[in-house]
Design a protein. Structure first.
Length: 340
């Protein structure tokens, strides 16, 4: 079923002075609307910028279940955030939650609402994903249950395109071209996207796992040259729920390697501990080898050094260096790729 643009008949009823309470008379309403459209210029009625055509209005009120649907129209009219979503493709994640609460678990309402919801869901999804507003996308997906099977394909089309484009991009990234390609995938590194993945319906399981596999392999490829990036990606992967056990096992084991011994890694961009080691050795040599005079303790200015990194001679520096090289080799041996 194709999606339909929703424009509330309640606005038209109010404009025409048609009562919609317990005294609502369907036959009288039809006659009055016929008169209103007969006298209207160009055969349509415009109210506050919204245009009503004779065909659309009469098609709605001629439905055999219109009296039931009128109750739903009233609910939406009294739910401004939901009404804005349907009529103007505007999604207010803060105000809309409470308005949706009385609408849940009503099969008849879902059948009424779904054809109107598909179009706005499509439009808002495309806008949010284009701007990488994945947090807001997670909020929108909280209401995907209101979409029935006939409308889900149209509503979810922007999400499918999003995954198709990203899988195609991520599969072409390797250690050789990573530096050049990094700006195109920086969102996967520096933003929190795990909640978006966790909120996706099961229709996207395969697409989601394809992206996850690509990100796992990219992390393995760049672990030596861009340790921070692979660790940041891994921090999102580790937060994913309902991942297949085999994939989950690889994510967890790789994450352990990425986050192990961070303080001693030469791959980090800020190896400040080496500076402290050099400073400590310099002071040791200066005090013991290059100056035979007794140190002036009254004028001594202490330097704060993390005790973890303080060493007393060059042999200990060599031991630490050797242990790091060994640890890095062990890390490489325990990193796992995913076969696409």
């Amino acid at each position: 079923m194709a999606s339909k643009q929703y424009i509330s008949v309640m606005r038209l009823f109010e404009h025409c002075g048609i009562a919609t309470g317990d005294d609502f008379n369907l036959s009288r309403t039809k006659k009055q609307l016929q008169v209103e459209f007969n006298v209207a210029q160009s055969g349509f009625i415009e109210v506050n910028g919204y245009t009503y055509t004779r065909h659309d209005v009469l098609e709605e009120i001629d439905r055999p279940d219109f009296l039931i649907r009128l109750g739903f129209h009233k609910q939406l009219w009294n739910s401004p955030a939901v009404l804005q979503l349907l009529e103007n493709n505007t999604f207010n994640s803060v105000g809309i939650s409470d308005e949706f609460k009385p609408l849940w678990n009503n099969k008849e309402f879902d059948e009424f609402f779904s054809p109107y919801f598909a179009g706005p869901f499509n439009y808002i999804s495309r806008t949010l994903l284009t701007g990488w507003q994945v947090s807001e996308m997670s909020d929108l997906l909280a209401y995907e249950d209101f979409l029935l099977p006939d409308e889900r394909e149209e509503a979810f089309q922007p999400i499918r395109l999003f995954f198709d484009d990203n899988v195609r991009l991520l599969r072409n990234i390797n250690s050789g071209n990573y530096k050049m390609m990094r700006p195109k995938i920086v969102h996967w590194i520096d933003t929190d996207w795990h909640a978006f993945f966790n909120s996706l319906p099961h229709e996207f399981d395969d697409a989601k796992y394809a992206v996850v596999s690509c990100l796992v392999n990219i992390g393995v490829a760049i672990q030596k040259t861009h340790r921070r990036d692979c660790r940041k990606i891994s921090e999102q992967l580790i937060l994913l729920r309902d991942t297949p056990e085999s994939l989950r096992s690889v994510i967890v084991s790789n994450h352990v390697v990425y986050t192990r011994g961070r303080r001693f890694s030469f791959q980090g961009r800020s190896p400040f501990w080496l500076i402290w080691v050099a400073l400590a050795l310099f002071r040791l040599v200066s005090n013991n080898g290059c100056n035979d005079d007794k140190p002036d303790y009254n004028n001594f200015k202490p330097v704060t050094i993390d005790r973890t990194y303080l060493v007393n001679d060059s042999s200990q520096v060599k031991k630490i260096t050797d242990s790091i090289v060994k640890a890095n080799k062990e890390d490489t041996a325990h990193i796992h790729f995913i076969q696409n």
